[in-house]
Design a protein around this ligand. Structure first.
Ligand SMILES: [Fe+2]
Length: 440
């Protein structure tokens, strides 16, 4: 498999640049916030952002200094910033150092990390350093916490968050949106997962062949307009569309629409950060939980894709029998490829990125919204935990559903066709939407 970086994965200067760039983005996201905002627990689901910041730094220290000195101990970080010692809902009670001190600690750790990087021996046989993996793991960790922070910023109490910098998203390039259009995936063998060891997480390995039955899959993610029809048709009051677990969630949540939607003068409005306006009909629906996605699919006589179907539709070229790292090919994502990298601070119309097309003709599989699949988060055949079981292994099982494709809030270095995200089926503070599939 081709690595995601165009530079050599062990290029020290490139790694140092990427570390610097990741940090400047993290600090940019937090720059409009007061100390009080940083310290507050805005929602029981999310950490205080000051905790995220300290955690990012201590994770980096753990893996890029301490664990590089053999023998390797794959331990999680101790103390204040250990996520397993302190559940999210209780992190607001921790005595967190203030921002100025936290930034001093971050800078001091970074100095030691760069000094260690300068003498890192990528050929030493240390599995963490092989192909520069541990550096890309730490980078992705920071990128992923950026997305977590953005979930918190969207949930934020008090005045809505106003970004320091924002990009406009392009118009849709689809002249007449054929809502609900599907493409046929003809089935047959497809390769799922990867053997990449420079960036991919353990749960993305190993690359293995699956045999897929023919299926149809939506060209675009489900849009707000499509979803409104489900609401208008009594979707939230009719148990026939819902699974038993889904209906139980609905009854206790009292949801009547996606999170952040509200009714104003007889129409739906939604809020994205500091911008509130009429629900944009041609944008993908966002902030729905798995059960809502499942109910919508049942309403239109479809189903959610399995994660193998999703990955095959995003990556596999059945004509040539080859696999792409991204829907469009091997080129790492730029702003032209899709709605990624946070600074749009919201979704774009479907079809706005003409290059974001997979070999079989699915559009927008990377970026905009994470897409729910029907699959539980399970290990691939031959799975081996690396380098620590608390990233993936402890979450395997039927409690979590897999999401694919990244969102507008995902940094390009933390997404690819094989990337697997997972969450509880009731979660909707995440930037989650979906597309449907059906048997052919
Ligand atoms: Fe973390």
């Amino acid at each position: 498999m081709t690595a995601i970086a165009t530079t050599r994965p062990t290029d020290r200067q490139a790694i140092a640049r990427d570390l610097e760039e990741a940090r400047s983005r993290t600090l940019q996201l937090l720059s409009p916030l007061s100390d009080q905002d940083l310290r507050a627990q805005h929602d029981p689901l999310m950490s205080p952002m000051l905790w995220d910041l300290g955690h990012i730094a201590h994770f980096e220290e753990l893996w890029l200094t301490r664990n590089l000195e053999g023998p390797i101990e794959f331990v999680e970080m101790p103390g204040l910033y250990n996520p397993f010692e302190h559940p999210r809902s209780e992190r607001g009670k921790l005595r967190l150092p203030d921002l100025a001190y936290c930034r001093e600690v971050m800078a001091e750790i970074r100095q030691r990390v760069l000094a260690r990087l300068a003498v890192a021996d990528f050929d030493s046989g240390n599995p963490l350093l092989r192909d520069g993996y541990v550096y890309r793991m730490v980078l992705q960790h920071e990128y992923q916490h950026n997305e977590t922070i953005l979930q918190t910023l969207q949930l934020k109490q008090g005045a809505p968050y106003t970004p320091a910098e924002r990009f406009a998203v392009p118009e849709s390039q689809v002249s007449r949106l054929d809502v609900g259009a599907m493409v046929l995936y003809r089935g047959g063998p497809a390769d799922i997962g990867t053997e990449d060891r420079s960036a991919a997480y353990d749960n993305e390995r190993g690359r293995h062949s699956v045999q897929l039955a023919p299926f149809w899959i939506d060209v675009h993610p489900v849009t707000n307009a499509q979803y409104e029809r489900f609401i208008d048709a009594g979707g939230y009051t009719n148990p026939t569309f819902w699974s038993e677990a889904g209906w139980a969630w609905l009854e206790q949540s009292d949801a009547t629409a996606p999170k952040y939607w509200s009714r104003l003068d007889g129409r739906w409005v939604s809020r994205s950060m500091d911008q509130t306006g009429p629900v944009a009909p041609d944008h993908p629906v966002c902030h729905v939980c798995y059960y809502e996605a499942e109910a919508f699919a049942r309403f239109v006589g479809k189903r959610l894709p399995t994660e193998s179907e999703w990955e095959a539709a995003a990556s596999w070229d059945p004509v040539t029998g080859t696999k792409r790292t991204y829907p469009w090919g091997e080129e790492p994502p730029t702003r032209h490829h899709g709605n990624l990298d946070q600074l749009s601070f919201g979704t774009a119309p479907v079809g706005a990125y003409p290059e974001n097309i997979s070999p079989v003709g699915c559009s927008g599989m990377i970026g905009d919204v994470w897409e729910w699949t029907s699959s539980d988060f399970q290990p691939y055949p031959g799975f081996e935990s690396f380098p620590y079981k608390e990233y993936s292994e402890v979450f395997f099982g039927s409690d979590y559903k897999v999401l694919r494709g990244g969102s507008w809030a995902t940094r390009p270095g933390a997404i690819r066709n094989t990337f697997r995200n997972w969450d509880y089926p009731i979660r909707r503070q995440i930037f989650s939407g979906f597309r449907c599939a059906s048997d052919a």
